[in-house]
Each structure stands twice: as structure tokens, then as C-alpha cells.
Design a protein around this ligand. Structure first.
Ligand SMILES: Cc1ncc(COP(=O)(O)O)c(C=O)c1O
Length: 463
């Protein structure tokens, strides 16, 4: 039977009344939702340390008032009509018709989560883990996972990381948060960030007091000469697949970036957010492998498995390990151990890489469907970033009105991400980001057709 907390002030007397009003308030506030099964009167009385008669009276009173229903065989429940106060609608969710084709990037196909493999791995962990696995974790994460990741990242991403250089984090987002705090501790108050870049990450840096210096990117990735003109001695980059333009950082720029870091005693933060998904060529190795003493490499299972896992890693230069462990302790005393051990099992048995192979083929079909549909319905658009990842950067036909197009597409039930929010210093052509991971090829084709019908020219000429 589920436990139920009712606050009683024993010095105030009238305990029966307090039980009654405590339950009523809990139902009204939504803390006890419609359909909630209350404990038996005996169990609740024992729990609260009051006589059973008081609880019987309270239940009877609330049944009479309509808050509770009692049915033979199914006990006492909160009446379904007692809906909790509705929270305010999320911004934008009430705008216009329902979203039927959601092309917003950043989410993998959640329906493909490898449930059976994860379950088998979890079962193995629960059958074999020592009792100590249920104690507080160390701040760096489970030693088994750090060893497995050192091997995996070395093999698959050409990283150079020993297990002691790895700290397990709750996703790239937490890695960025910890690194931002560490930069402040080291007196590096300016972080250079690519322009355009993910607008969702900006508040992570500013919350921790960093100033952001935006640096333009072009067809080779970040402009390292422009970076050198900023006061920043730390930079965040997405070398495998620039977010959002999809550019792979060129070999020349990789070398220049590392040279800049060495010359300025600077730190490079590498966000390797979707590097597992590369379709037409071999994956490009990570930047960290070139300069492990200068690069913080951040990755996670958010795209490979699901963002709800909140499981990621930071491979750190030696000089940062102590600080990041300390900050991780302050943040949450370490990431949850069971999920870490389950990931170890997935890596050891090959289930993780098998899943990735299946998903690569799955996403490739989706990418092809979008690219073909764009060629058919929007031939004047230019598509970038097809080689990797789970989204495309699509320049709308010259002269289109980006904002109006996105709005009109939304009215047709299609949600695409406009580029405007991601650009800070340099204006760019009208463009949108299309995340293609979550819809079937047929739905993607339909979405692109609707998007094509939504393209509006700039300067108010509605055609
Ligand atoms: C640029 C970028 N980096 C990282 C991530 C993943 O962050 P996390 O690992 O915290 O889920 C995303 C997710 O969409 C992203 O767009």
C-alpha cells in the first residue's frame, strides 16, 4: 500500500479535523490525483499514529463531500471528478493547430530505444553487482564505465583518454555546466562559441557568469583567425558536425585550432553530440585525439540511446580532472550507478554498437527521404549537413521570408526550427533546421511537401 503524508500538529488538538482537512487539501492541490487509491483506514491510522476511528470518520466525511469514492473490493479512491488545478499551458503549445509533423532537431527516434537489450543488461547488472554498487557513487563515475568508455572512445572516436581522465556526467549539458564553472575558477571568464550555434546552451554559460564571444563559422567550420582576435582563452566547438550547419571541421582548421590553444594556453571544449551517426564516409576522429592536453571531449548517450538517459562523459586534460571531480561532487555527488553499469554491459556485449549499426541504417533512410523530397518539392533550396547526424540545415530559396515560412508551416502542423535564434553576430540566408529522426519516411515526405507549400517570399509578397 502506498504511503501517504498528512501533516499533524499534535499540540493544536482536534486531530480528527486535521486528518480530514489534510486529506482534503492534498486532493484539492492535486497531490493526490484522481483515481489515487488511499491506504486502508487501519494502515493510515498506524502510519499517522492516530486512532482508526479518526481515519474512518475522515474518509466518511470526504466521501460525503464527494472527494472520495468507496467501492467494495477496490477500496477508497480519490474521485475522478476531483481534477487538480490545471497548470498554465506551455508557451506555444496552444498556438494554432496541433503539430502533426514535428521536425524539431535534437531528439532521436524514441520508439527505437533498445528496450530488450537494456533490460537484459539491467538484469545482468542486478544479478551480479556487489552491494557496494548501491552506495554513493564516486564523483568520477563507476570505474567499470570509465574503463569501457576509454576503450570505446579510443576505438570509435580515436580519442586518447585513460579511465582516470574520464568523469561520467548527466549528459553534455552537465559537462558544459561543470566546465563553465571550472573556467570561472581558473579566471577564464570569456568563452568563445560558434556562430551560429545552439541557442539552448547559451544560458548554461551565462548562468555560471561567463561572457560569450561569438566567432563566425564558414564551410570549413570555425574561423580560427577570428577566434584569435577575441579575448577568449576557451572555445566550444562541434567539430564532427557543426551545430546547426552540419559542417565537418576541416583538417586545416583542426590543426589551426589546436595551434591557437597551445599558443594562448587555451582550452578547447569539444561537443561530440551526434558523431555516432555518419552515413557516407568513415567517421572523422575527434579533436581530443589530436591534443588530449588541450581538449575537453564531451559526449553522451542522448542520440545513440535516448536523451532521457541523462548519461554522458567528459574526457579531460589532466589539469582539469581534480576541479571537475570537485564540481561534480558539489553538483550531485556523482551520477546514478545502475545505469552506468548497464551501459558497461551494453558496451561489453556489443549490444550498444549493434544498436548503433541498426539505427544508422534506420536514420539513413529517413535522411534520404527528406533529401529526395526537398529535391522534388523545393528544388531551389540548398541542403547541408547530409553526411552525418540527425538533422539537415536547409537554406530556403533565395528571397524567402524565414520567419513567415516557419509560421505558415506551423499553421499546416509542421514544426521546423528557424535559424534566426541560432545566429548572433552574422546574418545568414533564410534557412531552417530539419530534424528527421522521429518521423517515418512517408511522414517526412509529407512534411517536406507541406513545408514547400509554406515557403513565402520576403517583403510581404504572399504567393
Ligand atoms: C549541440 C548539442 N550538443 C549536445 C546535445 C546533447 O546534450 P545532452 O547530452 O545533455 O542531452 C544536443 C542535444 O540536442 C545538442 O543539440
Amino acid at each position: 500500500m502506498r504511503e501517504l503524508l498528512v501533516h499533524l500538529d499534535r499540540s493544536a488538538g482536534r486531530l480528527g479535523g486535521q486528518v480530514r482537512s489534510g486529506l482534503r487539501d492534498a486532493i484539492r492541490s492535486g497531490r493526490l490525483p484522481p483515481g489515487f487509491r488511499l491506504p486502508s483506514t487501519r494502515a493510515l491510522a498506524e502510519n499517522l499514529g492516530v486512532s482508526r476511528g479518526m481515519v474512518v470518520d475522515a474518509y466518511e466525511q470526504l466521501i460525503a463531500e464527494g472527494y472520495l469514492t468507496s467501492r467494495h473490493g477496490s477500496g477508497t479512491q480519490v474521485t475522478s471528478a476531483c481534477a487538480a488545478p490545471q497548470p498554465a499551458a506551455a508557451p506555444g503549445s496552444a498556438d494554432g493547430p496541433p503539430i502533426t509533423h514535428d521536425l524539431v532537431p535534437g531528439v532521436p527516434d524514441l520508439s527505437e530505444f533498445p528496450r530488450a537489450a537494456w533490460l537484459a543488461a539491467t538484469r545482468h547488472v542486478l544479478n551480479t553487482a556487489p552491494h557496494s554498487a548501491f552506495g554513493y557513487p564516486g564523483p568520477a563515475g563507476a570505474a567499470e564505465l570509465r574503463a569501457a568508455l576509454a576503450d570505446y572512445l579510443g576505438r570509435v572516436r580515436a580519442a586518447q583518454a585513460r579511465p582516470e581522465h574520464i568523469v561520467v556526467v548527466n549528459g553534455v549539458a552537465q559537462g558544459l555546466s561543470l566546465v563553465s564553472q571550472a573556467l570561472r575558477r581558473f579566471g577564464r571568464d570569456v568563452l568563445a562559441v560558434e556562430d551560429p550555434s545552439s541557442d539552448r546552451q547559451r544560458s548554461i554559460f551565462t548562468t555560471h557568469g561567463l561572457d560569450v564571444a561569438y566567432v563566425p563559422t564558414d564551410a570549413e567550420g570555425i574561423d580560427v583567425e577570428a577566434l584569435a582576435r577575441t579575448p577568449a582563452r576557451a572555445v566550444l566547438v562541434t567539430p564532427a558536425h557543426q551545430y546547426p550547419t552540419g559542417v565537418v571541421l576541416s583538417p586545416r582548421r583542426r590543426a589551426a585550432l589546436v595551434e591557437w590553444a597551445r599558443a594562448h594556453d587555451a582550452l578547447i571544449v569539444e561537443d561530440d553530440y551526434d558523431a555516432e551517426f555518419r552515413y557516407d564516409r568513415d567517421p572523422v576522429g575527434c579533436l581530443q585525439g589530436l591534443a588530449p592536453d588541450r581538449v575537453v571531449h564531451l559526449g553522451s548517450t542522448s542520440k545513440a540511446l535516448a536523451p532521457g538517459m541523462r548519461l554522458g562523459w567528459a574526457a579531460l586534460p589532466a589539469a582539469l580532472i581534480e576541479q571537475i571531480r570537485d564540481l561534480k561532487t558539489n553538483a550531485d555527488l556523482g551520477s546514478a550507478t545502475l545505469a552506468q553499469l548497464t551501459l558497461v554491459r551494453m558496451l561489453e556485449t556489443g549490444a550498444y554498437e549493434r544498436h548503433l549499426r541498426v539505427m544508422r541504417a534506420h536514420y539513413r533512410k529517413r535522411r534520404d527521404a527528406v533529401a529526395e523530397a526537398i529535391a522534388e518539392h523545393l528544388p531551389a533550396a540548398r541542403v547541408h549537413g547530409v553526411a552525418a547526424g540527425l538533422h539537415l540545415y536547409v537554406e530556403l530559396p533565395a528571397g524567402s521570408d524565414e520567419e513567415a515560412t516557419v509560421r505558415r508551416a506551423r499553421a499546416h502542423g509542421v514544426r521546423v526550427e528557424p535559424m534566426a535564434a541560432m545566429r548572433v553576430i552574422a546574418p545568414g540566408p533564410p534557412a531552417v533546421i530539419i530534424g528527421y529522426a522521429t518521423l517515418s519516411p512517408d511522414r517526412l515526405r509529407a512534411a517536406v511537401r507541406l513545408l514547400a507549400e509554406s515557403v513565402l517570399p520576403a517583403a510581404g509578397r504572399h504567393g
